[in-house]
Design a protein around this ligand. Structure first.
Ligand code: G3P
Ligand code: CA
Length: 301
């Protein structure tokens, strides 16, 4: 008997219960698109404070194809580019505004916080005075700034604690005119570790391409074949921890029609290993390093 992943059973069960069909066939990325994709993880976050405009600007300058905003939602329902559920690691400022859960602060309160100085404290060798005082950015502002110029890879973070996050995301994708490009060319790929969040997105707009993230332990008790078969019922691609990716994983992904975007890879040797396996894209904090490895690898596919 096939044992389905604990990460995918809920979504598959929900899909069967409500009679949803698998994703429409067809590529999530046009054939002319660059592969492998350089996916700037939280922007060029190895060079500048994650999820700030300098990090995103630098990613574009370095040739990243895709920008990755992790999404948290403020108390007043605004989606911001922010990784952690709490402010403490990357925000500095008045403690009543800049500590504790993001979802307990309004956008105006969080705008009081400096989200750049932590980087200078943490990485003195890469510190830059211009990072001090940077402010959080909203997904709306990011879409306004780069729009169709880049691809997008928003991730719903802690969706179970942030009801309405999926609705807000879909509304922004539609409002910025990205919906058709997402559906037809994968201009926006939506990722989550949580299958229920992906299922909610499918209910809202079944044509938006979805990507199931897989943590390092996702294959501890299951084969890649089993896990990826289940995911193929609702997603176009998979985002595995890079340690999961080997020849068997790639063969299973190809069999089930899923593209593969491992995370998060900053070491050139690991980049080379994954490029040799012909992954479809890589999340990295250093888009410049990945661009160099791709340029030095075998001819573009
Ligand atoms: O989204 C891929 C990867 O970024 C997942 O890990 O914690 O960096 O969001 P995290
Ligand atoms: Ca992420």
């Amino acid at each position: 008997m096939v044992r389905l992943s604990t990460y995918v059973v809920p979504a598959v069960a929900i899909a069967l219960l409500v009679g949803l069909t698998p994703p429409a066939p067809g590529p999530a990325m046009a054939s002319s698109d660059a592969i492998p994709l350089i996916i700037a993880h939280r922007g060029a976050s190895g060079h500048a404070p994650e999820h700030t405009l300098p990090a995103y600007d630098l990613a574009v300058e370095m040739g990243a194809h895709v920008l990755e905003p992790d999404l948290q939602m403020t108390r007043d329902g605004v989606l911001i580019a922010f990784h952690d559920a709490t402010l403490d690691r990357t925000a500095r400022g008045p403690s009543e505004f800049c500590t504790g859960p993001v979802r307990e602060r309004t956008l105006a309160e969080i705008r009081e916080c400096d989200v750049g100085s932590w980087f200078n404290e943490r990485f003195p060798e890469r510190a830059d005075p211009s990072f001090e005082g940077l402010r959080v950015v909203t997904l709306d502002e990011l879409f306004q700034r780069y729009g169709h110029q880049v691809r997008w890879y928003p991730e719903t973070k802690q969706p179970e604690e942030n009801p309405g996050m999926e609705e807000a995301l879909v509304e922004l994708i539609h409002r910025h005119g990205l919906r058709d490009a997402a559906a037809e060319r994968g201009q926006v790929l939506i990722q989550s570790f949580d299958p229920a969040s992906l299922e909610r997105l499918r209910e809202l707009d079944p044509d938006l391409p979805l990507v199931q993230l897989l943590p390092r332990q996702a294959l501890d008790n299951r084969t890649a074949w089993e896990v990826l078969e289940a995911i193929s019922h609702y997603a176009r691609g998979v985002g595995p921890n890079h340690t999961l990716v080997d020849e068997a994983f790639m063969a299973a992904a190809r069999e089930w029609g899923l593209f593969v975007h491992p995370w998060t890879v900053n070491d050139p040797t690991t980049m080379d290993r994954l490029l040799a396996l012909e992954v479809d894209g890589i999340f990295t904090d250093f888009p410049d390093v990945l661009a160099q490895r791709i340029a030095g690898a075998s001819p573009a596919r």
